[in-house]
Design a protein around this ligand. Structure first.
Ligand code: PEP
Length: 247
């Protein structure tokens, strides 16, 4: 299949310089990770601080950016700015952006299109809430969130899809490898039908939601799980074990 394993660390709104120095130290000692794309996303004020200290094989991502290059949008950052810092990645559509900050499918699609046009690669997050899963809407919700970018005819070479069931994020309730694999396979089928067989085969679909050093190996054995987006555990030295889940 040839999809390169991808492990992202989403630090969310955590860390200060002292804590970041510790994280950078264990990342810089993570050995040879040539067969994995490793990308960490610090809070925006620390992007340069992290980039300057990290070994070059670990990429740095923004956790969010807005849909236009500049202007009167207090508090926002643009993909042009992220790019100007020498960074390549941004996370968009994270469940906290969707559900804490009320971002719509349409806004996330606008941001995704603009980020890609500005030269960034995007970790595009989707996922259902607990009540949606319990009501049998898992497929519909994930397909609806994806449809928003299918409609915009994006360049899929620039996208990694992160399936992150909201009920598993930060809760300690990981999706079982079977539950995650089922949704990842649906997503690949959806892409085959709506975009192309080639895109479905090539695009990386990573899993996020309480991934730990303990559960990553079994999750990583599933054929449609191409890596992880990790929150809490990316702040700890065990993150290196998650990076090496397939090794
Ligand atoms: C996340 O923030 O994307 C995430 C998956 O968090 P956690 O690993 O803490 O569940």
């Amino acid at each position: 299949m040839g999809r390169k394993f991808f492990v992202g660390g989403n630090w969310k709104m955590n860390g200060d310089k002292a804590m970041i120095d510790g994280i950078v130290a264990f990342l810089n000692q993570s050995g040879n990770t040539d067969n994995v794309d490793v990308v960490v996303a610090p809070p925006a004020p620390y992007l340069v601080y992290v980039k300057e200290q990290l070994k070059s094989s670990v990429e740095v991502a923004a956790q969010n950016c807005y849909k236009v290059p500049k202007g009167a949008f207090t508090g926002e950052i643009s993909p042009a700015m992220v790019k100007d810092l020498g960074l390549k990645w941004v996370i968009l559509g994270h469940s906290e952006r969707r559900h804490v900050f009320g971002e719509s499918d349409c806004l996330i699609a606008d941001k995704t299109v603009h980020a890609i046009e500005s030269g960034l690669d995007v970790v595009f997050c989707i996922g259902e809430k607990l009540e949606e899963r319990e009501a049998g809407h898992t497929k519909n919700v994930n397909f609806r969130q994806l449809q928003a970018i299918v409609d915009r005819k994006v360049n899929w070479d620039k996208i990694v899809i992160a399936y992150e069931p909201v009920w598993a994020i930060g809760t300690g309730k990981t999706a079982s490898p079977e539950q995650a694999q089922e949704v990842h396979a649906w997503i690949r089928e959806f892409l085959k039908e709506k975009v192309s067989a080639d895109v479905a085969e090539k695009v990386r679909i990573i899993y996020g939601g309480s991934v730990t050093a303990e559960n990553c190996v079994e999750l990583g054995k599933k054929p449609d799980i191409d890596g992880f987006l990790v929150g809490g555990a990316s702040l700890k030295p065990d993150f290196v074990k998650i990076i090496n889940a397939r090794n």
